[in-house]
Write a protein that binds this ligand. Structure first.
Ligand code: NAD
Ligand code: UDP
Ligand code: UDP
Length: 311
């Protein structure tokens, strides 16, 4: 199979490239390196089945492929708010271009959507039938609303042009190769801890998230692509933690003496988030296997290495 991975030099995309190559696929990775890096895929450079193309998906591109994993989009609040108009262009025009490509070459296309389509949810845990509670004019809207529109485009190309689609709604995912300055809570806490800096908890730390280790996520994504169900399907780890509990786990893992400092809660910060994964369980036979403590242990090994602290 010849597989296109957009955003393949990013955090999740690079792990996906690894898995697809290991399974014997030919992989074309398209990335503009806005948040991704060559370093994430440097180990694949000499792989005969791997090709890396620098390209911005807001521009059209013609490739001949059988499958498209469409992940290109800045994903952390710091990155997607850096240039919100560009975020909308990437999510909407980028998805439009990938759908045009999928239509032309009759490729199956999977969109990496997000739990953010549920906004600050009024239903808990969130299942796929929930339509969400999203602020259309807030500082997160460039991401949330444009992912919602990307889902709409996917469904309309499916209904109108019979494009073969899959939609995955990804919940907070973490693991090796997360970018250091992305401001996400797991990378912030672990890098702060490794540097001996205080952990920055926003608000009172009572808001919750459910953290999925990247290998579990990639497994769910591949199962969805290869299965018969178009989705949307939630993929995430239903174990829910307050941010303060996460800080405690990081302290226990790296340094129990680390102080915690409290900072203001960003606006529109969702209070709680937990995936309902009943659909993934029944339709894909998928569930996460890596508990938070274990995933943090594996992640910190790579972060230590990146900081040159391992030897
Ligand atoms: P990431 O920032 O590491 O990866 C995104 C990749 O897309 C980067 O390599 C970036 O350079 C590339 N990119 C951005 N704009 C582009 C453009 N215009 N043209 C070409 N390439 C472009 O983020 P990630 O965490 O790996 O996220 C991957 C996908 O998964 C995103 O679509 C994101 O919305 C989705 N997602 C991630 C999470 C999570 O917790 N990590 C949660 C929900 C959804
Ligand atoms: N597109 C692309 N690669 C392709 C085919 C299409 O990038 O191989 C782009 C195309 O330039 C357009 C978008 O995908 O901007 C949607 O294509 P579609 O054919 O659906 O619409 P149209 O080109 O008729 O507007
Ligand atoms: N957060 C925090 N300290 C940090 C970074 C984030 O307390 O240094 C909080 C943030 O306010 C949010 C949660 O952790 O409530 C998860 O933030 P992240 O940006 O990782 O993901 P998202 O809000 O997109 O789910």
């Amino acid at each position: 199979m010849r597989v296109l991975v957009t955003g393949g030099a990013g955090f999740i995309g690079s792990h996906l490239c690894d898995r697809l190559l290991a399974a014997g696929d030919e992989v074309i990775c398209v990335d503009n390196f806005f948040t991704g890096t060559r370093a994430n895929v440097a180990h694949l450079r000499d792989h005969l089945n791997f090709e890396l193309i620098r390209h911005d998906i807001t521009e059209p591109i013609r490739l001949e492929v059988d499958r498209i994993y469409h992940l290109a989009c800045p994903a952390s609040p710091i990155h997607y708010q850096y240039n919100p108009v560009k975020t909308v262009k990437t999510s909407v025009l980028g998805t439009l271009n990938m759908l045009g490509l999928a239509k032309r070459v009759r490729a199956r296309i999977l969109l990496a959507s997000t739990s953010e389509v549920y906004g600050d949810p009024l239903v808990h845990p969130q299942n796929e039938d929930y339509w969400g509670h999203v602020n259309p004019i807030g500082i997160r809207s460039c991401y949330d609303e444009s992912k919602r529109l990307a889902e709409t485009l996917m469904m309309d190309y499916h209904r109108q042009n019979r494009v073969d689609i899959r939609i995955i709604r990804i919940f907070n995912t973490y693991g090796p190769r997360m970018s250091e300055g992305d401001g996400r809570v797991v990378s912030n806490f672990l890098f702060q801890a490794l540097r001996g800096e205080p952990l920055t908890v926003y608000g009172e730390g009572q808001q919750t998230r459910s953290f999925c280790y990247v290998s579990d996520l990639v497994e769910g994504m591949i199962r969805l692509m290869n299965g018969e169900h178009i989705g949307p399907i939630n993929i995430g780890n239903p174990d829910e933690f307050t941010i303060l509990e996460l800080a405690e786990q990081v302290r226990a893992l790296v340094n129990p003496e680390l102080p915690i400092i409290f900072k203001p809660l960003p606006s529109d910060d969702p209070r709680q988030r937990q995936p309902d994964i009943a659909r993934a369980r029944t339709l894909l036979g998928w569930e996460p296997t890596v508990p938070l403590a274990e995933g943090l242990r594996r992640t910190v090994v790579e972060f230590r290495h990146r900081l040159g602290l391992d030897g």
